[in-house]
Design a protein around this ligand. Structure first.
Ligand SMILES: C[S@@+](CC[C@H](N)C(=O)[O-])C[C@H]1O[C@@H](n2cnc3c(N)ncnc32)[C@H](O)[C@@H]1O
Length: 172
């Protein structure tokens, strides 16, 4: 399940970078087509709700992916921690979270439109995931030089894979 995407959203930025993190055997166009063809359903989602898919109730899923969504949706760190827990409720124990996020970003632009973004560092991100019951299995930090970044003020992009622990009691 991909949290925080629109079916109309251009997915190319997820595929066009041939990073060491994921080695692509197929060309990105083939990857994108395969992903689009495998979409079974598109549901409304609000990460601020306890059940982000409300009123739809789904069986917990094996894998949750979220790209550049939570930091765009949350006004402050408390809301971010709650949103992480809300989306985590959609995932099976032992299931995998794939997250793409950015560090220290206060804004991003799409065409001429400027959007605000919640600023946080890697320590906050790791702590939030740990407190939501995840073990981070892989994390790559790609520093983005200010000189080449014309669409936002982030310092780095993070690509991570985390496993939701089988047994975990959330501190309320
Ligand atoms: C920067 S865009 C990222 C879009 C896409 N996932 C990507 O990686 O290109 C931020 C996304 O967050 C979504 N979003 C904003 N507030 C949200 C909320 N409360 N619940 C779920 N998604 C939200 C927006 O609809 C938008 O698609």
């Amino acid at each position: 399940m991909d949290v925080g995407s629109s079916p109309l959203w251009d997915l190319r930025h997820l595929f066009q970078t041939d990073t060491e993190f994921v080695s692509f055997r197929e060309k990105w166009q083939e990857k994108e087509k395969k992903l689009r063809d495998s979409i079974k359903q598109v549901l409304k989602c609000d990460v601020h709700q306890n059940n982000p898919l409300h009123p739809v109730e789904l069986e917990p899923v094996d894998c949750l992916m979220t790209s550049l969504c939570l930091e765009a949706a949350c006004k402050d760190k408390a809301a971010y921690c709650t949103a992480v827990r809300n989306v985590t409720s959609l995932l099976k124990p032992g299931g995998m979270l794939i997250m793409i996020t950015v560090l220290n970003e206060t804004f991003y632009t799409v065409d001429k439109h400027k959007f605000s973004c919640l600023k946080f560092d890697q320590a906050f991100l790791e702590k939030t995931l740990k407190e939501a019951g995840y073990e981070i299995e892989q994390l790559e930090n790609f520093i983005i030089p200010k000189t080449i970044n014309t669409i936002s003020d982030c310092d780095a992009a993070i690509f991570l894979v985390a496993r939701k622990k089988e047994c975990f009691v959330l501190n309320q």
